[in-house]
Design a protein around this ligand. Sequence first.
Ligand code: KG4
Length: 275
Amino acid sequence: SRVTKKALKDANIQLSQIDAITPTYGPGLVGALLVGLSYAKSLAFANNIPLVGVNHITGHIAANYITYKELEPPFLCVMMSGGNTQIISVKNYTEFEVLGKTRDDAIGEAFDKVARVVGLGYPGGPKVDKLAQQGQPNIELPKTHFDTETLDFSFSGIKTAVINLHHKQPDINKADLCASFEKNVTETLLHNVEKAIKKTGLKTIALAGGVSANTHIREEFEKLGQKLNVQIYKPDLKLCTDNAAMIGSAGYYRYLHGDISDNTLNAVPNLKIGE
Ligand code: KG4
């Protein structure tokens, strides 16, 4: 409740002026979800304010609406976080279709694991990003995209390849290794996103999730946008990683759509998009 009080004070509004309370109910760790959900439910019930449950992933997508008032569905969203890597067709503000997803590790997990192995610490993404800028992508790594029609990803192979290489050659140039890893996973991302654009004919791409803060990935998506004549939206860096504003943004559109939850709303740790 301390956070709620501070948020109301910072926004200079009263609780009675709030239209809806929009907790995340999944996906995520059940303990964390339950803490937020229980508090939100009691606050909504006690103050007679509508409750609107939000899917965490749709929050990452909706982070873009905060930065870009002109952005409207339909568009393609490339969701890249510590727990997810998905290409999502955003049909309207509340309807989504997953076109491709990772079959094993999320891209953020691969960044974090590479960072740990080369000794950069956690969370590794930002550290790999920084070190890669001082290196050259001159180390050969296995190609990691599928040569089929699928829009799915696999990031466990590249992660293992980097780990093995570092074990075999402990004095390998770390900056070059990070740059090569980034180049490899970015190529994989772009390969599938290009296929998704050709398949759907969409003219807009929005990036989402913590990994969309990555400097190299942002640059390469900009180039892809020029190549395909597609507009690229990149959320504000501070809105890329987990935050409450993006959940509020997603909840706002569900509220407008009339998707009010009842007080039996429960945490769903493996909640899928579109449920
Ligand atoms: O979306 P997020 O904050 O949390 C969820 O997973 O929901 O994403 C966190 C992930 C972590 O794996 C972190 O290492 C990665 O985003 N990350 C980055 C960068 N900043 C955060 N990865 C690469 N480059 C970055 N600049």
